[in-house]
Design a protein around this ligand. Sequence first.
Ligand code: FAD
Length: 407
Amino acid sequence: MNILNHVVDLCVLGAGAAGLMAGAEAARRGRTVVLLDHGPRVGRKVLISGGGRCNLTNVRISAEHYLSDNPHFCKSALAGLGTADLLERFTSRGLEFVDEDRGKLFCRQGAGAVAKVLEDSCREAGADIRLSRPVTGLKRFSSAEGGEARFVVDTPRETLACRSVLVALGGPAWPGAGASSRGLDLARELGLPVIPPRPALVPLTMGANWPFAELAGIALPVRITCGQASFQEALLFTHRGLSGPAALQVSAHAVPGQDQMGREVVVDLLPGTDLAALLADTKDRKVLLKNFLARLLPQRLAQLAMEHLLPPGLGARRVGEIGAKDLRLAAQALSAWTLAPSGTEGWAKAEVTAGGVDTRPLSSRTMECKAIPGLYFAGEVLDVTGQLGGYNLHWALASGLACGRAV
Ligand SMILES: Cc1cc2nc3c(=O)[nH]c(=O)nc-3n(C[C@H](O)[C@H](O)[C@H](O)COP(=O)(O)OP(=O)(O)OC[C@H]3O[C@@H](n4cnc5c(N)ncnc54)[C@H](O)[C@@H]3O)c2cc1C
């Protein structure tokens, strides 16, 4: 069969959130659309998102919640799909969303219901979803060879000619859900620059002899800071380091490579509490410092903080007998606990990929490569990384929609 007799308008590589959104929109607008995915089902990352409850979006979607070498790039696509507009696409099909934590909107019916809406929207619009199709090749036709076809896509089961192609293959984070580096490889093969990918929204490791390992499972609210980035979230101690939303949030800012950490992380274990003032003002002058702190922190953490963060012997002294300078030192040690993570738990436990296809060669309105007409990128494959809180799915859907509206 001559593939040039069946030229598809849009071939979408990857049936995750970005690909499904783009495919549905392009098909709704009358384009012929084929989606290819190597998995046995669509939207596998959507299915595991938010611990299966899918934090789809946030009431505060704006560029300041995204990290990119080209920080203004995401603005246009985000403006094209606001939170209310995104939610309406799901609530109109019976789904409900709950603000569970300062603007993070979770689906009451769960992640499976979100993935189903994305898949149904695509199929109902007439898009052809083909599963178990690893994308093995993407090449450009010269106009002389291809006629109206500009690209040829290979899988082990077919070769497709298409006018436009969307690379929505995500990044290497969380390979257990089908993630791969294929999208980044294809971009490089087509001559696009790639910002080195690194695991993000990932637990931090603290190297051998992590003195707080025995606190594994203990969580508390903290303020955590890394460079200019600062978050007030829950911190979870693990056997190997730190996890929970606080550690995940700073991981994107702290990690230059998979095995090396670039920056120190500063943790305020008592956010909103002026410990120096509390100690200076307490009427209970006879209380031992360690007992005083055990009223404010989980007891085992207070004990270990005493051993590892405060000057030796200080915890066993009565608050009233400790000089002002030492009290200030104690307060400082707990409000600015400075750590140098040794690394992260790596791709296997990273919720997203930071870095990715450099956005500078792309149109921020359409996601199309300016130098290669018909070539689009959307979602996590791009160098646009959201904070924890629904920002990454929102970006995948908004950038996918921008492409779907343009092809
Ligand atoms: C555990 C976990 C929880 C998360 N929770 C949330 C959350 O609650 N809220 C939020 O906003 N974000 C969350 N995220 C992040 C979010 O899921 C992703 O950023 C988003 O799904 C990315 O969408 P995408 O379509 O760009 O890429 P993906 O969803 O990764 O889609 C890419 C698709 O390409 C396919 N593919 C890959 N390689 C090939 C190949 N060679 N050939 C063919 N197909 C291929 C994959 O099977 C996949 O279907 C979470 C991520 C993880 C891992």
